[in-house]
Design a protein around this ligand. Sequence first.
Ligand code: SF4
Length: 346
Amino acid sequence: MNTNTEEKRKAVALLSGGLDSRLAVKMMLAQGIGLKAVNFVTVFCTCTAKSSCRSEARQASEEYGIPLKVLNATKEILEAVRNARHGYGRGLNPCLDCRISMFRRAAAYMRDVEADFLVTGEVWGERPMSQRPEAMRIIEKESGLEGLVVRPLSAHLFEPTIPEREGWIDRNRMMAIEGRSRKPQMQLAAELGVNDYPCPAGGCLLCDPVFAARLKLLLEEEPEPPVADIQALKLGRLFLSSSGRKIIIPRNEEETRKIESLARSGDFLMAVEGITGPTTVIKGLPAEDRATIDEAAALTARFGKVRSQERVSVSWWPAAAPAAKKQSLTVAPKRGWELAESLPRY
Ligand code: SF4
């Protein structure tokens, strides 16, 4: 119970828009806490434009009448990937370091808006890496928030926080949920009238071993890659040419559009002439690397609609100067088939 009736205590809530964070927000609002919400997005979110955690967070913040600040944490998470002091999960996900950096930003926002503490929907033991009790303690300590992180869903499993000890919030009105079963949360949602929550489908590409291998490849070449190059790793089939250049071949029209828009100076685009098919991108191609051009052309023909033809014409041009005169060569799709079997594929 908020015993200080003179002053309404304020907190910043980490709001992903998923069930756990919605419940945590509802529980704090029920205790009379003045909330502001923060939502983090990064280039590694698996959200789509139609269904993103940003839009779920926005919808939840509107429903609960609390202001929302969306922070892009791509820079911090990339730094954590390059420098994972606490190690990685099964992919290239440095969850502890990532959470520490996000909590630090949330702490800075908390100070900016003169809030008293932080609220999260974290559940004791729900996530293998970042929600182990020991990990949660490390995150809290290294982000300078010791005693100031309230986790209403699992509060009873932690030592009382400063807001509880000071009587700003009532420990008895919080829970002791632990583990990966979501049944207790669903039951609580029914009790609190939280009806409209998304499935826990959101995720982070760093946990995906295929994407992780692609990113590792990129970071070895370029420790601080542009976001467009990271976005391109989400698309298509990725081959390494015999000289180590990345050749990305889209799988459908939508990927073709995206690949074209993400290509940048130094990249080359390539397509089979006279048909509607994939536009391949060759990343950072030096002009003298003719072997990569030949390999990319054969692969482009192999994955176009011309694979049964003996020979086809393929054009290529610099991405930064689409109006530049296109160059062209003829290739055998069959060679592309052999290459697809032999070149390293990510
Ligand atoms: S899953 Fe991704 S976003 Fe979530 S804590 Fe781990 S690295 Fe960060």
